[in-house]
Design a protein around this ligand. Sequence first.
Ligand SMILES: Cc1cc2nc3c(=O)[nH]c(=O)nc-3n(C[C@H](O)[C@H](O)[C@H](O)COP(=O)(O)O)c2cc1C
Length: 184
Amino acid sequence: MIHLIGLSGSLRAGSFNTAVLKTIGERLPDGAELKLFDLAPVPMYNGDLDGDATPQSVVELKQAIGDADGLILASPEYNYSVPAVLKNAVDWASRPAFKSVLKGKPVGIVSASMGLTGGARAQQHWKSIMSGVLAEVVAMPEVLIPSAQNKVEDGRVTDETTLGFLDRFIETVLAEITRRSAGN
Ligand SMILES: Cc1cc2nc3c(=O)[nH]c(=O)nc-3n(C[C@H](O)[C@H](O)[C@H](O)COP(=O)(O)O)c2cc1C
C-alpha cells in the first residue's frame, strides 16, 4: 500500500485546493490511499517551541509526513507566492535542517487558483522551497488549475480536462514513489 498525505494551502471550507486533494484521494487506484492533514490547528512557527515544547499538532504533522510514502501539496497562490499556512507547516516540518522528515520525500505539487495563471508563480516558489528542504519534487506533469471556480462543484473537481490532468499526475507520482522505493 502506498500512503500519501495531502496538505492543502487553504483553510476555508469551500477551498478549491482542498477539493483537488479530495478528488485525487477518490481517484487513486487500488493499493494507494491519501489522507488529508488539517493544518488549522498548527500554530505559527516559534523556535522557542521547537524542541521539548513542540505543539501536539506539529508532532502529529511530522509523524504523518514521516510515515507517508509521499506528500501531495495543493496550494493557492497568494500575492504571487505561496500561502503562509502551508509554508508555516513546511517550516515546522523542515526542522532539524537537512535531516527532517521532508528529506528525500517525494512531493507532488498542484495549484488551483481563481486567476488565469493557475498558481504558476506559487508552484515555482514551491519548487525552490522544496529544494531547500531536500524534498524530491515530482517535476512533471505540472498541474495548474486556472479559473478553479468553474471547475469545482460541491467540493470535487468536475471538469473533465482537469480530471485527465489529475489522473496523469497521480499515475506519475505513484510510479515515481514505486521506482524510488525499489532503489532504481
Ligand atoms: C490573500 C490572497 C491573495 C491572492 N493572490 C492571488 C494571486 O497572487 N494569484 C492568483 O491567481 N490568485 C490569488 N488569489 C485568489 C485565489 O486564487 C483564490 O482565492 C482561490 O480560491 C484560493 O484558493 P482556495 O479556493 O483553495 O482557498 C488570492 C487570494 C487571497 C485570499
